[in-house]
Design a binder for this molecule. Sequence first.
Ligand code: AMP
Length: 438
Amino acid sequence: MAQRIQGMEDLLGDSMRSWQTMVERSRALFETYGFEMIETPALEQLGTFVHGIGESTDVVRKEMFRAFSGALLEDIFARGSEEGLKPRQRMALRPEGTAGVARAVVEHNLAPQGASPAKLWYAGAMFRGERPQKGRLRQFHQVGVEFFGAADPLADAQVIVMFMDVLKAFGFESTDVKLRINSMGDAACRPAYREQVRSFILEHKEKMCDDCLERAELNPLRAFDCKNPACRIVMEDAPRVDDHLCDECDTHYQQVKAYLDRAGIAYEEDSRLVRGLDYYTRTVFEVDVCGAEDVGAIGGGGRYDGLVELTGGKPTPGVGFALGFERIVLALESLGKSLSGDAATGVYVACADSELTAEAFSLSLELRRAGIRTELDSQGRSLKSQFKQADKLGACLCIIVGADEMKNNAVTVRDMESHEQELVQRDDIVAYLTERLA
Ligand code: AMP
């Protein structure tokens, strides 16, 4: 039997309804902030991610699903090497949304220098070759926003407030979630800080895991994220970024916090918060759900002033976030909440006599065209099993088309809960149902 790939789920029933609700509530909120939706391809040239996210990141080094057309793959197998492939022949499924959106911003010149900024949001599937576990999938879904062309701390604050507002729209109370923020510095102050962390790790190398020793060379700040308890203890005493910010970064960070205070957003400063993608500069933030820490952060983001330039565009500042649908569903579940709602209810047109099937068909069309969700038997069921089916589908009313009713130019409306029935004139049925279902 054909099976789906482990760590890649079908969205159906409750999960599909939850995803749709999340996208719709996001749309409603993001539009109030003037953001427009963008859809970039799931498959991009490998370089878009390598340059944007960073060669030394785990996402690029270990987690990307790389892709080649069938003919190219045969070629690679035959030659035993990818050498000689053109950049456009190396592709990858997007592991996150920001790098692809930045590529689109450059390609379409969406945030021309000095002109209006580009405010974009997206919703879609992302792909990472990770070991599947609770809250960690190989195909997962994100909703994200990207604000290009705004260097002001006000943009960071707006994006963070948007993040917290959308969580509220999903049903989280402000006491359910914990926002952590930090500044990672920029090209002026981070290199020296990085070097200090690298030296610190090497000074304590006998207590650190092999991964952290590798990180010391490639991306030392990632050691703050190591899950190994021994490394965590050592890193407690590592140099803190807030002691190493340059004046500009420090001022920017203070202003972001002042705007958050003004907006009444509670946050915790976490000088060890570093995010896994190289493109972040200055502000970074992450949100966890109290009591659901085991699923990991439900979302995060930050400023990425160097990203557009890395993607081949003119220097353009930017700030954004992404939140993970599957983790949000798990976190809401742990709070006894859900996004899925009930499947929409409607009516069921039951046909008491097979000779009246065409009448039932016409009635169903009329109801659907009037915007009423309508089900109709298409398997020649008996009246009794049509009632059962109507129940199963959650219809609140059954409209019975029968010979006696037809003689009186009427139909019977049966309440599926109380089983009470009433005769309604055929010509009045749309108006009757519209009122009753409202
Ligand atoms: P990141 O870009 O890694 O910060 O991811 C942003 C958000 O996407 C995270 O906070 C998670 O909610 C979600 N996410 C990231 N990776 C995965 C994954 N493998 N499975 C499920 N959700 C994920």
